[in-house]
Design a protein around this ligand. Structure first.
Ligand code: ATP
Ligand code: MG
Length: 687
């Protein structure tokens, strides 16, 4: 069979693609560990295609990566490569790759399938971080911790500690000592809180994000089940393996103890999720986890970026305390070094980016080929205003989600409560929507429903204050109907919306806009086969926010990408703009300031820089309020360039000052009598 796609690969990539399929290599475990833009993901896509071309059953391929978008993209790439060889009528990819997704979404599917064997309800609901924090808060109040001592950790901190302990498998005392030292005095209370939290989740039949991995790993601790799950897949492939945690590694190793059919791909220099208990040890220890050890392929040619961009990125990561041995090379020559652009403040930063983006578009780069990256979702706020003012459409990844708006959450809570009437967080939200109903009524009704075998029937018979009368009756009616599922999917979402509409109109002045969102939600819902799949996938991987607030990008339009660096992982654009390349932001002043945190921030900058193909602009607002300064209400503070670009590597960058020094001084609108030594500040920037 002619395999034209193999010829485009370099010898190492080809070795990884053919490993165990064609050629002389055995089919043991395989690790591809290589730098940014060296074609790891591309190689993985080719490997999947190669497997399919050689007769692998797409239903028996498990492909996991960190986001649904990335998983879908990998599947599509593999499909295109396949089509080159097999032509239109091959038909093997008719259903796509049914088992491509994130660890969490695959976990949710398997747990529903095996629910009967492991003592959980198959129709469990899934709590996102916010729901989980709400439940944690409820439990916290019930135990009285928040009352006795006002400095007890917040619900968000409690959840972080819990999550960290669960995902790392470390003892609570160790987690507190190492990561949350200011909370150590609460160890006993936290232990009691977490025990009660786990009980509450089980009583309500809800799983949070962490549970999806925890229960999955626990389920596979049974060798019989592990074998059963493992035998369903001939090939298990994982991208971005450096950002997996201990549980994820355990899941893979128990599923494929011999490593046969197991392929993992990643870059230790890009590990940026240690703050969520990901451990780079997973990728480093992978080869030795098997006997004989895994085959290791390294790639050192970068196909993404021009030479000057790559050299600058190499210089930044070259200063890391930990040495990463892979130095990348490229033959993409260019004279353009990455720019360090000094601007007066965040407003000017927004203007600079908007202006450059439009100039670039004039020169032939579409908006979609350009991206603006930032450390924290809130950092793009000023830019969003500027883009809207100039009518530049954008889509924001990893920021505030469509689903975070109150009205969308309300409607989803209704569906969730119908799906699982024991879900107290959803139930609470729904009951508080009923005009006149307050927390104590909601609490009493939910308590009353809790131990009933058929909670929805109990809902109908629960005594409530007479003033709720008709409104309450309408709630019971719609819940009963939704729970019964007679309307069918997706018609029932229409039912839910019609119940909710009058409430929305009463509460919100901008009801028409919000209603449009709900109709949009209905359209999204129509794309899912069932309520359960809809709720699961939406919770695990929500759609991104767009400039027109309608929630879903119009894929045929051109739009600029705004993304946190974390969400930009694995992607590439012709032009990349990085906001706030200043100390206090990179590294962020929110971390504990310990060396490991600082090193993670350095890798984050490396990830951001290596997203660019042709041009890269790091923007440095001279006045930047770091988080702690904002909190303290400080006035302007002169920011300095990120410490990750010290003087000794400055040669790799081009200095630009925008809009130029004279114009900047005029624009500053200095009142007479005010004096600012701009020259001294400019020198300070490069010290
Ligand atoms: P990251 O570490 O950022 O995830 P990666 O190693 O996964 O990067 P890819 O995204 O797979 O890299 O590839 C980077 C770019 O290089 C893509 O545009 C890809 O199409 C291109 N590329 C990869 N391999 C080759 C090749 N052999 N010939 C030409 N282009 C290639
Ligand atoms: Mg990749």
């Amino acid at each position: 069979m002619a395999v034209p796609y193999l010829e485009k690969l370099n010898p190492e990539q080809r070795r990884a693609v053919e490993h165990g399929i064609t050629g002389a290599h055995p089919s043991g475990p395989l690790l591809v560990i290589a730098g940014a833009g060296s074609g790891k993901t591309n190689t993985l896509a080719h490997r999947v295609a190669h497997l399919l071309v050689h007769g692998a059953d797409p239903h028996r391929i498990l492909l996991m990566t960190f986001s649904r978008r990335a998983a879908a993209d990998l599947g599509r790439r593999a499909e295109r490569i396949c089509a080159q060889v097999l032509g239109e009528h091959a038909g093997i990819m008719a259903a796509g790759l049914p088992w491509a997704g994130t660890f969490h979404s695959i976990g949710a599917r398997l747990l529903r399938e095996y629910a009967g064997q492991i003592g959980i309800q198959p129709d469990f609901s899934i709590h996102d971080r916010e729901d989980a924090a709400d439940l944690m808060n409820l439990v916290r109040h019930e135990l009285g911790f928040s009352k006795t001592e006002s400095r007890f950790p917040t619900k968000a901190t409690c959840l972080e500690i819990y999550s960290r302990a669960v995902n790392s498998g470390e003892a609570l005392a160790d987690v507190l000592r190492d990561v949350f030292p200011w909370c150590t005095r609460w160890e006993t209370e936290l232990r009691a809180l977490f025990a009660a939290y786990v009980e509450a989740k089980q009583a309500q039949s809800v799983l949070d994000y962490d549970d999806l991995l925890l229960y999955w790993a626990q389920m596979q601790a049974d060798p019989g089940i592990a074998e059963h799950v493992g035998s369903r897949f001939d090939h298990v492939l994982v991208d971005e393996y450096q950002d997996t945690n201990r549980l994820q590694a355990t899941i893979l190793l128990t599923m494929k103890p011999s490593g046969r059919g197991l392929t993992v791909v990643g870059d230790d220099a890009q590990s940026i999720y240690a703050f969520r208990a990901a451990t780079v040890r997973n990728i480093l220890d992978f080869p030795a986890a098997f006997d004989p050890p895994a085959d290791v392929v390294t790639l050192d040619r970068n196909y993404r970026s021009t030479q000057p961009l790559l050299e600058a990125a190499n210089a930044v990561i070259g200063l890391a305390k930990e040495r990463f041995t892979k130095t990348l090379w490229t033959d993409r020559q260019s004279a353009q070094r990455p720019e360090l652009v000094t601007v007066r403040d965040e407003m000017e930063q927004a203007r600079f980016v908007a202006t450059r983006v439009l100039e670039n578009r004039e020169m032939g780069a579409t908006l979609k080929q350009q991206a603006v990256l930032f450390r924290t979702a809130s950092h793009s706020a000023m830019l969003e205003v500027e883009l809207t003012r100039r009518r530049i459409p954008f889509v924001k990844f990893g920021g505030l989600k469509f689903l975070d708006s109150a009205h969308v959450k309300d409607l989803l809570a209704l569906l969730r409560f119908a799906q699982n009437p024991r879900d107290v967080v959803a139930g609470f939200r729904v009951m508080l929507l009923v005009p006149g109903a307050g927390p104590s009524t909601a609490r009493r009704v939910l308590d009353g429903m809790a131990d009933q075998p058929r909670p929805i029937h109990a809902l109908a018979n629960m005594p409530v204050p007479p003033r709720l009368g008709e409104e309450w009756r309408r709630l019971v009616e719609v819940m009963t109907e939704l729970h019964g599922g007679k309307a069918g999917w997706p018609a029932e979402i229409d039912l839910a919306r019609r119940w909710y509409e009058p409430i929305l109109e009463r509460v919100h002045e901008d009801a028409p806009t919000r209603l449009a969102d709900l109709l949009q939600l209905e359209q999204i819902a129509a794309g899912y086969p069932s309520r359960e799949r809809f709720l699961t996938e939406l919770t695990l991987d929500p759609p991104d926010a767009t400039s027109d607030q309608s929630g879903v990008p119009h894929l045929d339009e051109d739009y600029l990408i705004l993304s946190t660096i974390h969400s930009a992982k694995g992607q590439e654009w012709r032009s990349v703009y990085l906001l706030n390349a200043v100390d206090g932001c990179m590294p962020s002043d929110l971390g504990t300031g310990c060396e490991a945190d600082i090193e993670e921030e350095r890798r984050l900058l490396y990830v951001a820089m290596t997203r660019a193909k042709d041009s890269l602009h790091l923007v440095l607002p001279q006045r930047f309020f770091t988080h702690s300064q904002r909190a303290q209400g400080d006035r302007h503070v002169y920011a300095s360039r990120t410490r990750f670009i010290p003087r000794e590597i400055l040669d790799h960058f081009e200095f630009v000052s925008w809009p130029g020094a004279a114009a900047a001084a005029a624009a500053a609108g200095l009142r007479s009598g005010m004096r600012v030594d701009v020259a001294a500040q400019m020198r300070g920037m490069w010290r």
